[in-house]
Write a protein that binds this ligand. Structure first.
Ligand code: RP5
Length: 166
């Protein structure tokens, strides 16, 4: 009987686990309460989700690893909530082709009631889009994720769909 060896890289174990349909990221433990309505909404709709605390500024490698492997694990939509200089949704979008919904959050340190975060999320450069809901609009992010998931078959030219000329 051959000895069973551990997989050489932790990241391979990640690839082997089946991910949820929606991945939710927040930039800090302090964002947990504000993102809770998204989790409740997804639960009520029977949509699988997971929540990770990963900061674009404090743990950029962790964000890169999560975002770049999410699609391989079967995740279809990402929600990213952050406050202040809210780089998280944009950085996530730079590592994945999955749709990313940004949720600008307020914190005790927010400038102008969350205007700082909403501008950081909305003002993405051309080519790297991020959807953006209202400040603290995490429930809307979940509803939008559900609508994206309800779309089937892709767009013309993708497998299973006619080409634009057909
Ligand atoms: C952002 O800074 C987080 O998303 C949070 O909203 C804000 C404050 O973070 P903490 O100092 O509370 O960890 O990155």
């Amino acid at each position: 009987m051959p000895e069973e060896r551990p997989l050489p890289l932790a990241v391979i174990e990640e690839f082997e686990s089946v991910g949820p349909l929606v991945g939710i990221l927040i930039g800090s433990e302090s964002d947990r309460e504000a993102i809770e309505p998204a989790c409740v909404e997804l639960d009520e709709r029977g949509i699988s989700w997971e929540l990770k605390v990963l900061s674009a500024h404090r743990d950029p490698r962790g964000v890169a690893e999560y975002a770049s492997t999410a699609a391989l694990r079967g995740t279809r939509v990402l929600i990213a909530g952050a406050g202040m200089a809210a780089a998280l949704p944009g950085v996530v979008a730079s590592y994945t082709d999955l749709p990313v919904i940004g949720v600008p959050l307020t914190s005790s340190k927010s400038a102008m009631g969350g205007l700082d975060a909403i501008l950081a999320i909305v003002q993405m450069p051309p080519g790297v889009p991020v959807a953006c809901v209202s400040v603290n609009g995490s429930r809307n992010a979940a509803i939008l994720a559900a609508k994206i998931l309800a779309q089937g078959g892709g767009y013309p030219g993708t497998p299973g769909r006619p080409t634009a000329e057909q």
